[in-house]
Design a protein around this ligand. Structure first.
Ligand SMILES: [Zn+2]
Ligand SMILES: [Zn+2]
Length: 324
């Protein structure tokens, strides 16, 4: 792997589970108080992208929280999937090797999830390396922009903040909070890092049809992530989904913490009417990020187990075998 260096730290990371004893214990108490069956989460992140738990710790935490299935869907990388799948086998929880790819479609930036890709596919790794390089170039530009604004910040500090994982704007935001330049990460995005803000820099992304092809050619199923984040009215979503379905989109992420019951209904109907799969997940980035696994958030967020079964059946149908 030519660009393996970007991901070296996340594979080798042995950082202690930040939540430690208390988080584990809380999860267990929760499970005892509210017995849950067949909880699943098809959208999670580890330190290989912008999550705060290593792949192994994430899997342990999911297992201790009573989940039966999770998908590891790090941004633009599959570097953590081998570790997560192995840990899942060890702990008796199914881990789907996945990804979340950023892509453009008609000037709009969106996220495409991929499920059961072959993490060692040479073509996939080469295409992802291009994205990792683009992230690196973008980080350099943002740091330069911040320096130009008189903020003392360096790439070395950022690398420390990320703990060896994939660097991105969330890490820059955390560093700006640590430096007391801003009060919280949202303010960092609003003042400096969001699109159009003073330190923002664009980065290369594939077009949505290219991202879908990349996932499919690596054996995976492609799913449009959190459509209501693209358009909260959902008015533009049916046309977008129709267009992406034409180039191989397999499903829509219907269940998502910020999707309203009405949005969930509409998206479920849209998936059904187009004969697409429905998926769902919490977009877990770690306990500190304030978003728990399904069944543990207190907001009654759940992802139906049947969605996982349908997803797996579709994968079997397309590949004529069991997922590895
Ligand atoms: Zn996303
Ligand atoms: Zn995500």
């Amino acid at each position: 792997m030519i660009f393996a260096a970007w991901n070296y730290g996340c594979l080798m990371s042995a950082a202690p589970f930040s939540g430690g004893f208390f988080s584990d214990r809380r999860a267990i108490v929760h499970t005892l108080m509210k017995p849950q069956t067949d909880l699943i989460d098809l959208h999670t992140h580890s330190t290989c992208s912008d999550g705060t738990m290593t792949p192994s710790n994430l899997v342990d935490h999911a297992r201790n929280s009573g989940l039966k299935v999770i998908a590891l869907t790090d941004h633009d990388t599959v570097a953590g999937t081998a570790e997560a799948v192995a840990q899942g086998r060890l702990r008796g929880i199914e881990v789907i090797p996945g990804i979340e790819v950023s892509a453009w479609h008609d000037g709009v930036s969106m996220h495409i999830l991929g499920y059961w890709l072959r993490p060692d596919d040479e073509q996939l790794l080469a295409r992802l390396a291009r994205l990792q390089e683009a992230r690196h170039v973008r980080n350099l530009r943002i740091v330069e922009n911040l320096q130009r604004l008189g903020i003392a910040i360096s790439m070395e500090e950022l690398q420390q903040e990320a703990g060896g994982g994939q660097l991105g704007r969330p890490h820059i935001a955390r560093l700006l909070v640590a430096k007391k330049i801003v009060r919280h990460a949202d303010q960092a995005f609003a003042l400096y890092l969001r699109r159009g803000a003073v330190a923002y820099a664009e980065r290369f992304k594939y077009k949505a049809d290219e991202a879908i092809a990349m996932i499919r050619e690596a054996g995976g199923l492609a799913v449009l992530a959190h459509p209501a984040l693209l358009d909260s009215s959902l008015r533009t979503i049916p046309a977008l989904v129709a267009s992406l379905a034409g180039v191989g989109l397999a499903g829509i992420e219907v269940y998502y913490p910020s999707h309203s019951p009405k949005a969930i209904r509409q998206l479920r109907d849209l998936a059904a009417s187009r004969n697409l799969l429905a998926t769902g997940g919490s977009d877990f980035h770690g306990e500190a990020a304030g978003r728990g696994f399904p069944g543990l958030t207190g907001k009654k967020f759940r992802v139906p187990y049947q969605l996982y079964e349908s997803l797996k059946n579709e994968w079997r149908k397309q590949n004529g075998e069991e997922p590895a």
